[in-house]
Design a protein around this ligand. Structure first.
Ligand SMILES: *[C@@H]1O[C@H](CO)[C@@H](O)[C@H](O)[C@H]1NC(C)=O
Ligand SMILES: *[C@@H]1O[C@H](CO)[C@@H](O)[C@H](O)[C@H]1NC(C)=O
Ligand SMILES: *[C@@H]1O[C@H](CO)[C@@H](O)[C@H](O)[C@H]1NC(C)=O
Length: 420
């Protein structure tokens, strides 16, 4: 409710902004009774990071057929304004730097609202030396098996925290408060990380708050506690999508998968699809709103695929992206026509060279039969062989070993024996 107030004598007169009333409409005859502020306004810490605001109606307040409501204004740590017909209300807020609020009486009479003065109350900051509070607190939840949520928080010790500081972490979810069972320590033996493998956090809730409270102790300084509120959906690390199937149909790549383990419905998730063409090296990340997908691909290429999930903002606050799924490969690299042609050519020419070597060897043999051998020249006739061997080595790596082993086997004497 939006009020326009102005002060007249001891009371403020309010009108709803859209009733069309202005100060000119108020005649002295319609002035209501005096409106008095509530009394005994108290703030009580009722749980971790929770305040109960309570006040009493002013015993001297006359009502005369009018309705009484209360205007509440939270000043810090997070400003907020609302009105209520009750005399108490509960607020969740980080209280380490204190809390302050105001309340006033609203008297509703016909089209008019008249408000009293404000009554204010404060909670002091939680005690402790400056700079001893933890900093950089971050928390992550995971739905492990349906029905169980784990929680992990990390933080940095305050700049002013002595080396002997011992930090303690508590979480509160609804009425449940629990201390951390498992800490990880830094080199000074100070706790800097906490893990709850099971919590009372309900996995299917939307926008519920998780309260984190970290206090501490030290021989040398009073450690100032620190509190932070987290929206449970905003810190959830989503699970990996399941049962991914990939297939190729003509020129299309078809992908299908199931939503991650979660109490939320399929429509509450979105996905990222990471597609790498292993031939060209092209990488693409595509945002997919559903759990199947078709994309045109180059069928002569091999692809690698990974998928990850997150909540979409339609259902709830987006959390942290899941890890990427295992890599899935699809398709075969087929050589480009020109490359294949060149390779074929190279191999054919290599074969021809061998044939030539064989023929030379044969001639050499015949020659040696026609003209009886002179002790040394045969070495000369073998000279071309090493050259051919060198040539053969220019074949691509896949054929190289094959060719060179062939070359080694093709000694002339072997050929001679087989031919003749
Ligand atoms: C306000 O508090 C005082 C003192 O605690 C008490 O005597 C008085 O009755 C309270 N007033 C109301 C209206 O409750
Ligand atoms: C801690 O938080 C501060 C401010 O938010 C930031 O500047 C700093 O880089 C953070 N430190 C680390 C180690 O993350
Ligand atoms: C830390 O906070 C918890 C919960 O409020 C409390 O029980 C405990 O005594 C506190 N410890 C210290 C050292 O302040």
């Amino acid at each position: 409710m939006i009020c326009m107030c102005w002060s007249l004598l001891t009371n403020s007169y309010c009108s709803k902004q859209f009733t069309g009333l202005t100060s000119m409409d108020i005649s002295v005859s319609s002035l209501p009774v005096q409106v008095l502020p509530p009394v005994n306004f108290t703030l009580t810490v009722s749980a971790l990071a929770q305040v109960l605001l309570h006040w009493e109606p002013n015993p001297a307040q006359e009502q005369n057929n009018s309705t009484i409501r209360y205007d509440v204004k939270i000043l810090s740590p997070v400003p907020e304004e609302y009105d209520t017909g009750r005399t108490h209300s509960v607020r969740t807020a980080a209280l380490h730097d204190g809390f302050s609020a105001r309340v006033r009486t609203l008297l509703l009479q016909e089209d008019l609202e008249v408000c009293s003065d404000w009554l204010e109350a404060n909670l002091p900051p939680l005690p402790g030396a400056a700079g001893t509070s933890v900093t950089n607190l971050s928390c992550v939840t995971r739905v492990t098996i349906p029905g169980n949520v784990s929680l992990c928080c990390t933080w940095l010790p305050g700049q002013g925290a002595p080396e002997d500081t011992k930090y303690f972490l508590f979480y509160r979810y609804e009425a449940h408060t629990e201390e951390c069972p498992t800490y990880t320590k830094d080199k000074w033996n100070r706790n800097i990380e906490c893990r709850f493998s099971r919590t009372q956090i309900k996995p299917g809730e939307i926008d519920n708050l998780i309260v984190i409270h970290i206090n501490g102790s030290s021989q040398r300084a009073a450690i100032k506690p620190f509190q932070q509120l987290f929206n449970q959906n905003a810190i959830e690390k989503v699970n990996i999508p399941r049962n991914i199937t990939i297939s190729l149909q003509q020129n299309d790549l078809l992908a299908m998968w199931e939503k991650p383990i979660s109490p939320f419905h399929e429509e509450c998730f979105e996905y990222e699809f990471y597609l790498v063409n292993l031939k060209s090296g092209n990488k693409q990340i595509l945002r997919i709103p559903s759990n199947s997908f078709r994309v045109r691909v180059d069928v002569s290429s091999r692809y690698s695929i990974r998928i990850r999930a997150n909540h979409n903002h339609i259902c709830r606050a987006t959390g942290f992206w899941s890890d990427w799924s295992e890599i899935i490969y699809v398709g075969q690299n087929k050589l480009e026509n020109s490359t294949a042609w060149m390779l074929t050519l190279l191999c054919v020419s290599t074969s021809c060279t061998f044939l030539l070597v064989a023929i030379i060897c044969k001639i050499n043999h015949v020659w040696s039969k026609l003209f009886p051998p002179i002790p040394t020249p045969s070495n000369k006739f073998r000279d071309p062989f090493p050259i051919d061997y060198e040539r053969a080595r220019t074949c691509t790596s896949s054929t190289e070993t094959e060719v060179s082993s062939l070359a080694e086997g093709f000694s002339c004497s072997v050929l001679d024996d087989s031919v003749f």
